[in-house]
Design a binder for this molecule. Sequence first.
Ligand code: ORN
Ligand code: CP
Length: 330
Amino acid sequence: MNLKGRNFLTLKDFSPEEITYLIDLAADLKDKKKKGIPVNHYVGKNVALIFEKTSTRTRCSFEVAAHDMGMGTTYLDPSGSQIGKKESIPDTARVLGRMYDGIEYRGYGQEIVEELAKYAGVPVWNGLTNEYHPTQMLADLLTIREHLGDYKGLKFVYMGDARYNMGNSLMIACAKMGMHFVACTSKEYFPSKELVAQCEEYAKASGGSVALTEDVESGTKDADVIYTDVWVSMGEPDEVWAERIKVLSPYQVNKKVMDNAKDSAIFMHCLPAFHDLKTKIGKEVYEKFGMKELEVTDEVFESKQSVVFDEAENRMHTIKAVMVATLGEQ
Ligand SMILES: NCCC[C@H](N)C(=O)O
Ligand SMILES: NC(=O)OP(=O)(O)O
């Protein structure tokens, strides 16, 4: 399989075979790293990492993966560059494309990363936009495969805000890989009709399915995977907290939800998660709304069924695979 020169902007652009190839490659790179076998023949290559929103996992994954392979990295945050203020995206893309072998972008609208890719002339990797989070998908797919084996026929339930980057991307990933995706949430947080229709087409080809429900009992019954994400995403105004808590509280992942799923079910979350009072925002939310736990209870987060730190680790191995594949296996 040759993905050299390709951008990685959304999983919509990749066939199930290409996705499987990237996951296989990530599993191989992970195995090599664990055995201490170096994959460091990318010396002389350099990548630019643009973050217009904050990050722990994505930034660290790109940096560790690049450094493991002998590459140089430059981190650009919104305050440290001209991007979007003095300099347009097409100009930025053409400048960085002359110096770097690949560019990661995390920011707001998907159209920004698409425009960057149009002008850069080198592979561009989407490190999260409002609409999609494709590198997270590869980590999640690798994690599911490690814990549950084959994807085909698994019931995958996403609870919470299903019309944003994580809900959208997981629906695409599940539909492409033959899983039965269920968005279990209030109907105002269902994914868009257009994306649902597109995913139904993917599911037809893969043997999967897409369903939307407001009913927690039937939605989570016998699930293999229960997934959730923060109720308020980066870049959204603080004012939405009250409404989100009111509408999404019935869709919190708690013991009752996990007990309704299969005994073998796993709990997943892209992180960061609000499951205790150890964060600044968590404390503020508690003071304002009296909620100690939001999208997931501490009990579930810390349970044996929780695979959230496997997902976090797999961000690095899968991002390494994306870079290897699109820069060219050497
Ligand atoms: N770290 C991933 C966070 C995903 C979340 N929906 C956000 O956009 O903030
Ligand atoms: N899951 C994820 O994207 O984490 P960061 O926001 O820390 O990069």
